[in-house]
Design a protein around this ligand. Sequence first.
Ligand code: F6R
Length: 629
Amino acid sequence: MCGIVGYIGTQTASGILLEGLQKLEYRGYDSAGIAAIWEGEIHRVRAKGKLQNLQEKLANWQIPAPIGIGHTRWATHGKPEEHNAHPHTDVSGRIAVVQNGIIENYRELREELKAKGYVFHSETDTEVIPNLIADELQKLKAIDSKVSLLDATRQAVNQLEGAFALAVISADYPDELIAVRQQAPLSIGFGQGEFFCASDTPAMVAHTRTVLTLENGELARLTPTGVDVYNFAGDRLRKYPKTLNWNPILVEKQGFKHFMLKEIYEQPGVVRACLEAYLDSDWTVESTTSPIRLGLADSFYENLEQVQIVACGTSWHAGLVGKHLLEQLADIPTQVHYASEFRYAPTPLMPHTLTIGVTQSGETADTLSALDMEKRRRSEMGSKFAPKLLGITNRLDSTIGHLVDYLIDTHAGIEIGVAATKTFIAQLVAFYCLALDLAYRRKTIPLDRLDQIVTELRQLPAQIESILEVQERYVEQLAHEFVETQDFIFIGRGINFPIALEGALKLKEISYIHAEGYPAGEMKHGPIALLDAKVPVVAIAMPGLVFEKVLSNAQEAKARDARLIGVTPMDDQEAREVFDDLLPVPEVEELLSPLLTVIPLQFLAYHIAARRGLDVDQPRNLAKSVTVE
Ligand code: F6R
């Protein structure tokens, strides 16, 4: 996590850096800082807490430096205090560094540097880097007085272990900014006589859309006249920037109180865009091709016997829905793993396996590491075990885009609210499309059933719109009643069990209320002991295979005095009688219902958190892009 930015050009850097940091604040908001070079010195300002605090400190900062770096922090090593805030400088204050990532061998490096007389002022892993660069500069100068900041930085990064992205400046090299990437994202932006670097492109799109994404093991020297890219061995590389197809408006709130609310409202459009991209509008049961056009090469479909999904958090919940669909529609055995667990306890290798990584940021370190491990261990085996990796993401330009062989774009666009909403629903749509495509090709469901599902899928955007229209006011009012509640239980079964998990995760991450999701049938095996009048139970009860079962499980909760909230169709008399409060959704085929049932749960979490006066878009301790393992 953490966001880094850098600028070199002719304008005053501080304003541009602050603007960039605002767009990166979703990556971490424990502290922030900038450093710039002016009149032969490094000037640095840092502040604990949100970027706002740094902005206030900078209000009277009148240094027109045309080069600088900035950072917004998600604390890993060292508490979120000002002395741990980036940029960090070397002992002489001539070199400043911002870092995103973790330097795993920082303790050894720090001890070695301390023995040489370097003094440390923070508890961070990052502070070793400017000192290491200073040390390398000194060593190189002893051999050749014309040593460059690039060479010294290169020598230093070759000693670092871990995943990191860096931006480095030095008062002795006022026309150079060095950007480094090793397993943490970093892009370079090309303007007219000015250049940028940033952890993510929104930090630069106001100035340029010409962007080069650095690869792992690369470093770039930015000067006012251009950019050179090198590998860690020092070879100069030929690299070509790309033009981003981006609208900066997308990263504004557009009148909504929070990004999360705006993103909840974007969901019908996202589902529509994804369906338009992947459903063949001319398809009929007489057609001889699949109704789904994912644009995947033929090799993707060859020798596919099983699927394993790796993901984290909300994306893992999307993976659970994906498993249900792949197994029930396409008859493919599917396992879903927490990426952070899979990496250190991988399943035995099975032949002809598709590995799917699901991630909205495309940068989650656990997910990327799990995919990378799978790629490596399978590459060493025979062709039966050859790696086949598919990424499901809305960020094609991210690291997952470079790592996998096949990609499905979820068409959700960038999401700013830390709690995932529109990216989740888009991941679900991607899984529906994938499962239906495979079902067609493997002939696992009759064509008229396939046709029926595709037809109903097309109606979903309008149905989501109807939920948004009808429910917001009502959920807002209902939310008032739960402002003091301390525990919530969410229950669901079958394909809606992952939605119960997602409802609980949304609530806990933004409202800080303890919440658990359970398969409804499991309640009686222990968790029911938690229930009393103070613990509301939200039950997802959609007509279908498990409808009656969920209603019975809800009754069991009611018998223990729990207040029952039902996510269920409006006109179901039976459900109306069971629940104390209804969050109604249109009646829809059970298989498709997760695309509707998740919406009221997002609203509920949002309104409870907003009512509690919490920072919905930037909940405590979290970050949007989790780039540390
Ligand atoms: C919850 C949330 C997180 C992410 C998780 C994985 O609202 O957003 O649980 O789902 O950190 O992130 P991605 O999808 O970027 O891999």
